[in-house]
Design a protein around this ligand. Sequence first.
Ligand SMILES: [Zn+2]
Length: 134
Amino acid sequence: MITPDKNTACPCGRLQGKRSLSFEHCCQRYLDHFDSVPAPDAESLMRSRYSAFVLQRSSYLLNTWDASHRPAEVDFDANTKWLGLEVKAHRTIDLEHAEVEFVARYRVQGKASRLHELSRFTLKDGRWYYLDGI
Ligand SMILES: [Zn+2]
């Protein structure tokens, strides 16, 4: 688990105007206070999960994974360096379902790659969960 300085830019890269939001003002509240501060929408949850991958917060990833699709554990590849996230689209399907399309860039042993995924999210008891992605 990695804890960045609260003033550093959030790993998820969210902007406010043209400035990067700090970790403190972006994903930290969701990562540090899972029980009391749920991400308010699917995009925020998706961003916080990306930050959780960067910061290796496995319990947060498992807690925000819908039980029907949740893996037994989350492993972090020490060779993978996450470089940035770009959210392409956030679509509301209905009151309880949303999709977020994103591109995450990363590097494995010096080789740059990108993950382009359409993630599905579901709202249960007032909280968004990650379902799956294609
Ligand atoms: Zn963030």
